[in-house]
Design a protein around this ligand. Structure first.
Ligand code: ZN
Length: 199
């Protein structure tokens, strides 16, 4: 837990998706392990995210935080439920969430309504959750193409919002990944070790 800090600011909406059941595993894994709806991040990530606050204020936007630090024990449970290769990193060591150096985010309006994006965060849809948890990945795999930064078939507004989020995050010390528009790693993440969680 050393180096982890709790993210707290009126401009951040803490809505950890694995603390609720409407997510791709269909279970509130973070609640099951006693972690709950808490957004911990490495203190360097917190410092970078807090620099966004004046921009969010100026634009009258908020940021929804749907995942941040993920306890390795939670990552193992997610992997047990969903076996789809490449959706969850194969080990906690390989997930930046377990290092406290990754966040899954989108921007919302001042009332907390998500702006339009090509998919939901995690490309979540209830029907895909049921299929994926039953071991059928075919339709979800197709849908995941829409989560890529090079997917261009969405509406102009969705593409504009996705690209604005990326520009914003990349200006403030984060790196995007090609296949998930919502996921950002702290620049220099390679230097940060996995953090074990203790209650
Ligand atoms: Zn992520």
């Amino acid at each position: 837990m050393e180096n982890l800090v709790l993210l707290k600011n009126p401009r951040f909406i803490i809505d950890m998706m694995y603390a609720r059941t409407n997510n791709m595993v269909g279970r509130a894994v973070y609640k099951d392990i006693g972690f709950g709806n808490k957004a911990y991040v490495h203190k360097d990530v917190a410092a970078a995210l807090l620099k966004l606050v004046p921009i969010l204020e100026e634009k009258n936007l908020k940021m929804r935080i749907c995942d941040a630090y993920r306890p390795p024990i939670a990552h193992k449970k997610l992997l047990e439920i969903v076996h789809f290769q490449g959706f969850f990193a194969a080990t906690p060591e390989r997930s930046n969430h377990c290092h406290g150096t990754a966040v899954d985010v989108c921007l919302t309006d001042k009332n907390g309504h998500n702006l339009l994006y090509p998919t939901e965060i995690d490309a979540y849809e209830p029907q895909f959750q049921k299929q994926v948890c039953a071991g059928d990945f075919s339709e979800f795999q197709q849908h995941l193409k829409k989560a890529r930064h090079d997917y261009m078939e969405a509406s102009a507004e969705a593409l504009k919002n996705r690209d604005f989020l990326r520009a914003l995050m990349e200006s403030y010390g984060f790196e995007s990944i090609s296949h998930e528009w919502w996921h950002y790693n702290l620049h220099g993440w390679q230097a940060y070790p996995v953090i074990e969680w203790s209650k």
